[in-house]
Design a binder for this molecule. Structure first.
Ligand SMILES: O=P(O)(O)OC[C@H]1O[C@H](OP(=O)(O)OP(=O)(O)O)[C@H](O)[C@@H]1O
Ligand SMILES: Nc1nc2[nH]cnc2c(=O)[nH]1
Length: 183
């Protein structure tokens, strides 16, 4: 299992975004293209690794959490909430600040209510800025976070909660190395 993901990572190009070594991969960028078999492989691995007991909603972040969230939602029949990068000004919307290794912005959460039990999933965790922002937004509405899982972990960010990763990687200026897997 995860052979496709590991192969895609070990053949990922790396570019500079400022000082940040940014790897380019189908799962994290949709570039150059995303094979359905790779998406299925990841969906199955998430189903096997997440605690799905009594989960009301899956929460993902725009943009590169969406395809993973859709696959996972269709496999589990659990509704999907997409945290957006633009406001809708709906009642109860929560805004939080997001900072990554190469960008800053605001995130807007709608569709999660007090008492909901949710899982957060994303493509990658690097500095942890995005997951910390998502956790803060969900805590502000009074929902319960049952589990958090990303496909790819790089670095050792502290998000203040347990984090599941399908694979862990190291990124140099020229290449990606897979150093651990969940299996
Ligand atoms: O751990 P971090 O340093 O926060 O990095 C992880 C985040 O970076 C990417 O999102 P990004 O905001 O670049 O946008 P995108 O999904 O729209 O490409 C990725 O999809 C993660 O959400
Ligand atoms: N594609 C991609 N997304 C990221 N999100 C945070 N770091 C990275 C990275 O190196 N590559």
């Amino acid at each position: 299992m995860l052979e496709r993901l590991i192969h895609s990572l070990e053949t990922s190009p790396v570019m500079k975004r400022g000082e940040y070594n940014y790897f380019i991969n189908p799962i994290t960028d949709g570039v150059p293209l995303l094979e359905p078999a790779l998406l299925r492989e990841i969906g199955c691995a998430m189903v096997r690794n997440l605690d799905l007991a009594k989960i009301d909603k899956i929460v993902v972040c725009e943009a590169m959490g969406i395809h993973i969230g859709v696959a996972f939602s269709m496999m589990t029949d659990i509704p999907l909430v997409v945290v957006r990068k633009r406001p809708y000004d709906l009642p109860g919307e929560v805004a939080v600040h997001q900072a990554t290794g190469y960008s800053k912005g605001e995130l807007y959460l709608n569709g999660v209510a007090a008492g909901d039990r949710v899982v957060i999933i994303d493509d990658v965790c690097s500095t942890g800025g995005t997951l910390r922002a998502l956790i803060s937004a969900i805590e502000q509405v009074g929902a319960e976070i049952a589990d958090i899982c990303v496909v790819i972990g790089r670095g050792d960010a502290d998000i203040g909660r347990p984090l599941k990763t399908l694979v862990r990687i190291e990124v140099s200026e020229t290449q990606v190395r897979v150093v651990d897997t969940c299996l």
